[in-house]
Design a protein around this ligand. Structure first.
Ligand code: MLC
Ligand code: AMP
Length: 523
């Protein structure tokens, strides 16, 4: 591996990995009912240069944030790369977020630039201008919008902006267990060190082709998948939206696939998923949520491939992975074990501690804490929250609960943070309960996660009316839909008279989870 020349800008390293033949295909689009488009490496180089020149022409201050809420497209990926190239900070936003959510992120991050779809320009520009954002551009997934129009007038030559290794490359908002979302600040070095290590660990090799079917506003699609392919100079088959049939159809042309467990569950429902279809595949990776052992086994039976499950977070990028190849440390005997997330990755320190901070013995269950070059710089403008989430000796408290066995395999058994992971998206009960509690006639509420065959886990709301008030579950859901991102909407809502509480008065969510755990069984 060659270290970057002198500029630790992540883009410089990605650009250095472009293949010699710049006219070979870097990205091929698929799906959406449109003819496939082909982008060469030269196209990516020129397009990122033009967009970086556009950003540079705005004379933004150092550390300026570029907030982006657009549909997935190659141009959206170019915008990410151009932001790095120009030395600014990328702030991706889930396309499902609605106005209250956007208002918070924009108010908190104070981006200098906002990029949104044309359809949302009216309300988003209002929010952005109010927050002091000077530049609002549009970008749609059909290669139109003011961003591209403006970039078209810019030079296609651009010197990668110099940055320091610990300058910010991106801010990713992760919802908070209490209160508002926190922006995880990730540096160029956080992302590049993780990407370089994964390139080796997962054995990326010449000729690899990645099917990219994940959204590009989270760690998994934006960093793990995209950096993996780019750092290996690998072609990507680029889907704007996950479509299980299309992915299976495209598999013979590919070697690597990455997905959240829901994607694997949906592909298993495709009759076309056969050993023949996966004959050229080298590696299937899963993460962002627990992969059920049933899915792991069924995938093995159907395809002959053992999924490599790995574990990570917005704050840390990737932390552990099942082995790709047998590890000499363990006599070359390791296997990819379903139900575990594998070993701490090279350079990552991972330990399990009791609630009182004592180290736990092999096999004992406790709080997972991590350290390493991949661990973020802190939460945006939340120094106190940042301090709280680190131990005195510098380990980050993941909020995940797990154990490490004698061989070093890490298993996640639960979370100390009150969080529901639904189809790979995080839903924080405290946030949803806050919205429900503000509705007229609501005394209080509790949101719990219950098993779901497609999304793994989904939220169910239990709502208590104020004395004398009448509440309709359907009306509560309808109101939430008008205010919150769709994946945060409880799949069911129950209006009841009281919540179960322990002697301290704390709501016993475990009892509610138990009561509703069969709601979606067999659906
Ligand atoms: C969609 N819906 C969901 C949902 N996604 N509900 C719960 N959980 C989800 N994840 C709902 C919508 O609200 C809608 O409901 C209905 O499902 C159909 O919406 P859709 O947009 O058509 O859904 P679909 O395109 O099928 O999306 C499903 C999905 C998507 C699984 C493809 O959720 C997805 O791409 N998930 C991946 C998320 C991801 O990349 N996570 C990585 C985080 S990084 P209604 O009622 O309106 O019809 C991270 C770190 C790490 O965690 O370790 O990687
Ligand atoms: P996010 O904040 O969206 O980055 O989500 C990170 C969280 O996803 C982690 O703290 C874990 O709780 C969870 N997660 C990621 N990968 C896995 C996995 N393979 N198994 C179980 N949980 C996971």
């Amino acid at each position: 591996m060659t270290p970057p020349a002198s500029n630790p800008n992540l883009f410089a390293a990605l650009r250095a990995a472009f293949p010699q033949d710049l006219d070979s295909v870097a990205v091929e689009t698929a799906g959406g009912g449109a003819e496939p488009l082909h982008y060469t490496w030269r196209d990516l180089d020129r397009a990122t240069a033009m967009m970086a020149n556009l950003l540079a022409s705005l004379k933004l201050p150092k550390g300026a944030r570029v907030a982006v809420q657009v549909e997935k497209s190659v141009e959206a990926m170019v915008l990410y790369l151009a932001t790095l190239r120009a030395g600014y900070v990328f702030l991706p936003l889930n396309t499902a977020y609605q106005s209250a959510e956007i208002e918070y992120f924009v108010g908190n991050a104070e981006p200098a630039v906002m990029v949104c779809t044309r359809a949302n320009f009216g309300w988003i520009s209002k929010i952005a201008f109010k927050a002091g954002t000077r530049h609002v551009f549009t970008l749609d997934d059909d290669r139109t919008g003011s961003l591209l129009e403006r970039a078209a007038h810019c030079s296609d030559r651009h010197e990668v902006a110099p940055v320091a290794a610990d300058d910010l490359a991106a801010i990713l908002y992760t919802s908070g267990t209490t209160g508002r979302s926190k922006g995880a600040m990730l540096t160029h070095d956080n992302l590049l060190s993780n990407a370089r290590m994964l390139k080796d660990y997962w054995g990326w090799r010449p000729g690899d082709v990645l099917i990219h079917a994940l959204p590009i506003f989270h760690v998994h699609g934006l960093f793990v998948a995209l950096h993996g392919a780019l750092l290996n100079g690998s072609r990507m088959i680029w889907l704007g939206k996950f479509d299980p049939k299309l992915v299976v159809q495209k598999m013979p042309e590919a070697t690597v696939f990455m997905g959240v467990p829901t994607l694997y569950v949906r592909m298993l429902a495709e009759p076309g998923l056969t050993r023949e279809a996966v004959r050229n595949m080298r590696l299937f990776l899963a993460g962002s949520a627990p992969l059920l052992i049933e899915t792991f086994n069924e995938w093995k039976d159907r395809t002959g491939h053992t999924i490599v499950e790995r574990y990570g977070m917005s704050e840390t990028a990737m932390l552990t992975s099942n082995p790709y190849a047998a590890d000499a440390r363990y006599g070359g005997q390791d296997e990819r074990r379903g139900g575990t997330v594998g070993f701490p990755l090279p350079g990552v320190q991972l330990r399990v501690q009791g609630d009182d901070g004592t180290p736990l013995a092999v096999g004992e269950i406790g709080n997972i804490q991590v350290a390493g070059p991949n661990v973020f710089k802190g939460y945006w403008r939340m120094p106190e929250k940042t301090r709280e989430e680190f131990t005195a000796d510098g380990f980050f408290k993941t909020g995940d609960v797990g154990k490490i066995d004698g061989r070093g395999y890490v298993t996640i058994v639960g979370r100390s943070k009150d969080l529901i992971i639904s189809g790979g998206y995080n839903v924080y009960p405290a946030e949803i309960e806050g919205y429900i509690n503000e509705l007229p006639g609501v005394a209080e509420s509790a949101l719990v996660g219950v098993p779901h065959p497609d999304f793994g886990e989904v939220g169910v709301a239990v709502v208590i009316p104020k004395p004398g008030a009448t509440l309709e579950a359907d009306a509560i859901i309808a109101t939430l839909k008008s205010r919150l991102a769709n994946f945060k909407i409880p799949k069911r809502c129950f209006v009841v008279n009281e919540l179960p509480r322990n002697t301290m008065g704390k709501v016993q969510k475990n009892l509610l989870r138990d009561q509703h755990k069969g709601l979606f069984a067999g659906k």
